[in-house]
Write a protein of this length. Structure first.
Length: 214
């Protein structure tokens, strides 16, 4: 820890998403952060320190590094996304184009744009025409008897959940694996809020965006 902290700039600026360099060093040591989260460290004057730090981290953590991979394309995700506490699945925000009347607590059947799997979801909130939902599965197969409203194709705008794995920073493009995804498909998106391990990810895409090389 002392060596890792000593290789960081020591500005305690918080730009990495942690309160100070010591906290960031702790996250690096347990693979919950990456060196590219520190914009100061990417400056030319710290290049030698960055090289030394990355070499050290490979030595310390490389052998036991946990990987999260998609089931279909074996793409590597930065982290898993679990439901918020007390919720049955990650919360999703949908843009729905159906003409059918949809209200809070209704159950809808829809297919996310770009996904071949039909989803069943309960409406948690409706805000300016956008639907916040939990994916709950088909009621007939799970012993529920609710009426299902057809919603057609919907666009998934955001996910909210709890991170397991690398801690990202706000504004970062990430590759994540929703824990409830039937296909085990890695999604891409942008971190727009982060509080402890709870996050909101917008600009959702089933295409996998590659990280920018710095």
């Amino acid at each position: 820890m002392k060596t890792i902290t000593g290789l960081l700039p020591g500005f305690n600026c918080g730009a990495c998403g942690y309160t100070d360099c010591a906290s960031f060093a702790g996250a690096l040591a347990i693979q919950k952060a990456r060196t590219d989260q520190c914009p100061v460290l990417r400056q030319d004057r710290f290049q030698k320190q960055l090289w030394s730090l990355e070499e050290l981290l490979q030595t310390v953590t490389g052998a036991g590094q946990e990987e999260y991979k998609g089931l279909i394309d074996k793409a590597k995700a930065d982290f898993l996304l679990h439901p918020l506490p007390g919720e049955p699945s990650c919360r999703e925000t949908l843009a729905c184009f159906s003409a059918n009347k949809i209200s809070k607590d209704d159950v809808i059947r829809y297919r996310p744009l770009g996904c071949p799997i039909t989803h069943f979801a309960r409406i948690v909130e409706i805000d300016n025409g956008l639907l916040d939902v939990w994916v709950i599965g088909p009621g007939k197969l799970l012993g529920r008897g609710e009426t299902v409203i057809e919603a057609g194709i919907c666009m998934v705008l955001s996910f909210r959940g709890v991170i397991e794995g690398m801690r990202p920073f706000v504004g970062q493009t990430v590759k994540f694996l929703p824990s409830h995804c039937m296909m085990g498909k890695v999604h891409s998106g942008v971190i727009v809020s982060l509080e402890d391990e709870n996050t909101r990810i917008d600009c959702i895409d089933l295409k996998i965006w590659e990280h920018t090389k710095v």
